[in-house]
Design a protein around this ligand. Structure first.
Ligand code: HEM
Length: 438
């Protein structure tokens, strides 16, 4: 049994406390010194557990073998416990495996697929429009905080099915504390409790009134889901509860942070900004963003994909812990090793991408992507089921805000900064609101 080479020095806190640029530089340095597959000792995420050996995969063929590997050996649920620790909802997708996972996937993935979520477009459009119209000329905004407000409203409406009103506004301000660096632990726990109570109350109310039978929000869809390909049974109330928490944990901060990077990419490249605006004006004219526009914006789509390629949200995208020995790249890795797709290096390989550090949306303009060269959403059976949701939200939000007002960036440099679990643009980024465009 051998591990690939790697640094022999003290274990690094690569995934948790290292400043982002330092962590990215270290990954590049290890890759340069030890090659395409290397081992590194990493501390557990936000915990005092013993550091563990992680094997980083950076080559498309290794990443493919990894994502297509046997889930009985490559355990995602065990890796997720290492990554998320006590925060992991015990009966949600992240934490389950085997037949329980397969059944869950059959019930949770369909309501998140591209066709089913198209009716959510008008909500994202209206929430973004409302916020963008409230910005004043000359105002400086932390874009990430503004995006959080829209993504929370979208989740409350489309996932939780809460109607706009006092309760909706109160929940928005509570949920925003979950990703707020300034919020105290006590405030975060308070927000958890409030949302938890809402899920319990709403489950009871919906079951008593029967309105979950027709509701189009994901909460109602999960309450009435039946595993027709399996034994026909549905989800318990506890499973629905944990799944809603999983979707919130997985979908809120990640999507918001990625959208912040998309604004950063566009606003730091004037020629890209001009072309995005030209495409939006041509396709949308003066009207609202409609569902059919989603497939009519190839340039914005390419800008988003190029941002996902180049801007690391996490240092790895897809992790597994070995339940038995596993062979890759000529190494036989011992049981319990953590293995990950290191998308940051994979997506900047010079033989795959000419001038890899250059932001060039034309790489993806009208082109198909290879899922093992571009893998920010992981892969295989455990690939992110929220990918279509995240891409749709990004497209509608970015398009709507940019059509409404001119925006300019304070700092155009790439300065990755740790924001909780994610790597975000420094300052959010900080953006100045210019003249109204409409
Ligand atoms: C930019 C936004 C997002 C990114 C980059 C992202 C990325 C990822 C990645 C890398 C994984 C692990 C995949 C693997 O292990 O192979 C994952 C899992 C997951 N994501 Fe996302 N995600 C995003 C948004 C969302 C959204 C919006 C939702 C839900 C509405 C969501 C729900 C999930 C769930 C439930 C899992 C667990 C899947 C499993 O273990 O089988 N994600 N995501």
């Amino acid at each position: 049994m051998t591990l690939p080479p790697g640094p022999k020095d003290n274990p690094v806190d690569l995934l948790s406390n290292y400043p982002s640029q330092k962590a990215l530089d270290l990954l590049d340095a290890y890759h340069a010194e030890y090659g395409d597959i290397f081992s590194v000792k990493v501390g557990a995420w936000q915990s005092d557990d013993e550091p563990m050996t992680w094997v980083m995969l950076t080559r498309p063929d290794h990443v493919k073998a990894f994502f297509q590997g046997d889930l009985e050996v490559l355990s995602a649920s065990r890796a997720n416990v290492v990554l998320f620790g006590e925060h992991l909802p015990k009966e949600g997708t992240f934490a389950i495996s085997g037949e329980t996972f397969k059944k869950r996937k059959r019930l949770v993935a369909p309501p998140l697929n591209g066709k089913r979520i198209k009716p959510f477009v008008p909500y994202i459009y209206q929430f973004t429009l409302g916020l963008a119209r409230s910005w004043e000329v000359g105002q400086k905004v932390n874009m990430l905080k503004q995006i959080h407000l829209i993504t929370i409203e979208t989740i409350l409406k489309t996932v939780f099915g809460i109607k706009e009103g006092n309760k909706f506004s109160h929940l928005c301000s509570e949920i925003s504390k979950l990703e707020d660096q300034q919020a105290t632990e006590e405030e975060k726990l308070g927000a958890f409790k409030i949302l938890d109570d809402v899920i319990l109350e709403e489950t009871k109310r919906r079951k008593e009134s029967g309105d979950y039978k027709t509701g189009e929000d994901i909460f109602s869809i999960l309450l009435r889901a039946k595993d027709v390909e399996g034994d026909g049974s549905g989800l318990t109330d506890q499973e629905v509860h944990d799944e809603l928490w999983t979707l919130l944990h997985a979908g809120f901060g990640s999507t918001s942070t990625m959208i912040a990077w998309v604004f950063h990419s566009i606003l730091s490249h004037p020629e890209v900004y001009a072309r995005v605006l030209a495409e939006l004006d041509e396709v949308l004219g003066d009207g609202p963003f409609e569902q059919e526009h989603l497939n009519q914006l190839p340039y914005l789509d390419a800008v988003i994909k190029e941002t996902f390629r180049l801007r690391p949200l996490f240092l790895v995208a897809g992790a597994r812990q070995l339940d038995a020995e596993w062979e890759i790249g000529g190494y036989r890795l011992p049981k319990d090793t953590m293995v990950a797709s290191c998308s940051y290096i994979l997506q900047r390989r010079p033989e795959l991408y000419e001038n890899p550090d250059q932001f060039d949306p034309m790489r993806y303009f009208g082109k198909k992507i290879d899922p093992y060269q571009w893998a920010p959403f992981g892969g295989g059976q455990r690939k992110c089921p929220g990918m279509a949701f995240a891409l749709q939200e990004t497209t509608v939000l970015v398009a709507t805000a940019l059509r409404e007002v001119s925006l300019s960036l304070e700092n155009k440099a790439f300065v990755p900064t740790r924001q909780g679990w994610f790597v975000a643009p420094d300052g959010g980024p900080l953006v100045t609101v210019g003249e109204k465009r409409r």
